[in-house]
Design a protein around this ligand. Sequence first.
Ligand SMILES: NC(=O)c1ccc[n+]([C@@H]2O[C@H](COP(=O)([O-])OP(=O)(O)OC[C@H]3O[C@@H](n4cnc5c(N)ncnc54)[C@H](O)[C@@H]3O)[C@@H](O)[C@H]2O)c1
Length: 273
Amino acid sequence: MTHASSPPNLNRFDLTGKTALVTGGTRGIGRAIAVALAEHGADVAITSRRGGSAAEDFLAHARSLGRRAWSFAQDLVEVEAVPEFAQRVWDEMGHVDVLVNNAGIAFFEKFDAITLERWRQVMAVNVEAVFFLSQQIAIRMIAQGVRGRIITVSSTNALVAEAGQAHYNASKGAIELITQSLAIDLGRHGITVNSINPGLIDTEIVLDMNIPPEFRAHSEAQIPLEHRWGTPEECAPAVVFLASAAGAYITGQHIVIDGGLIAQQFPRDSFLS
Ligand SMILES: NC(=O)c1ccc[n+]([C@@H]2O[C@H](COP(=O)([O-])OP(=O)(O)OC[C@H]3O[C@@H](n4cnc5c(N)ncnc54)[C@H](O)[C@@H]3O)[C@@H](O)[C@H]2O)c1
C-alpha cells in the first residue's frame, strides 16, 4: 500500500531505466564514464573504432551489474556514416536517453607542422562527429518524445589555449558553442546539452601525443590541487550528475574538472614564505 506521505526517491543520481550511449568507451575517460553510468543503473552502449577485448571486458562488467550493454564499432572520422550509425544504434538500443560524446583525438605539434590532412582529421572526430551524432540522436529523441541529455567531453583547452595544439584547441573551442547552440535549439524539447572540461587526466591520449616525459612533473607543478593529474574516475561523476534528475535544469553549461589548473593566472605559490 502506498502512503501519501511516502518519502520521495531521494537518490536523484539514480539512472535506473535509462539508456546511455558513450562514444570511445573502451578506455580512458570514456570507459570510466560508461562504468559510472552502469553503476548508477543505466543500460549502456559503448562505441569504439574496432570493438575487441576492451569492449568485451566492458560488456561483461556492465552485465555483471545486471545492466543491458551493447558495443558498436564505428570509426567516427567517417562523418558521412554517422546518420546510418545513429539509426543502427537507436534500433538496437530501442532509444537513447543519454548521449555522451567522449571520443576525441589530440596531437602535439608546432603550428607550422600542422598539415591540412591532420587539421581535418581532428575537426572530423572532435567537432563534426560530435555535432552530427548529437543532431541525429536528438532528431530521434524529439520524434519519440525522449527528454534526453547530451553531454560532450570537451577540455580546458576549449577555454584557454595550450602550445602545440592549435587544431585541438580550436576543435574543443567549437564544442563550447555547439553545446550552447544545441542547448538553445533543443530546450523546447526538454533535452539538455552540456559539456565537461577535463584538465590534465592520466590516460593513453597523452602517450599518443609524444610529449617528452619531463612534461609530467612540469605540468603537475602548475596544478593547485595536490600537484597531480586527475584520473578518469574523477571525471565521470560530473557526467552522472548531468545525466541524472539532479541535473534537470542545467543546460548550455560546462563543468571544469582540472584541479584548479586554469583558475590561476600564474603559479607563484612557491614564492610565499
Ligand atoms: N586525458 C586528458 O588529459 C584529457 C583532457 C581534456 C579532455 N580530454 C578528452 O577526453 C576524451 C577522451 O580522451 P581520453 O583522455 O580518455 O583518451 P583516450 O585516447 O584513452 O580515449 C579516446 C577515445 O576516443 C576513441 N576514438 C578516437 N578516435 C576515434 C575515432 N576516429 N572513431 C571512434 N572513436 C575514436 C578512442 O578509441 C578512445 O576510446 C577526448 O575527447 C579528449 O579530448 C582528455
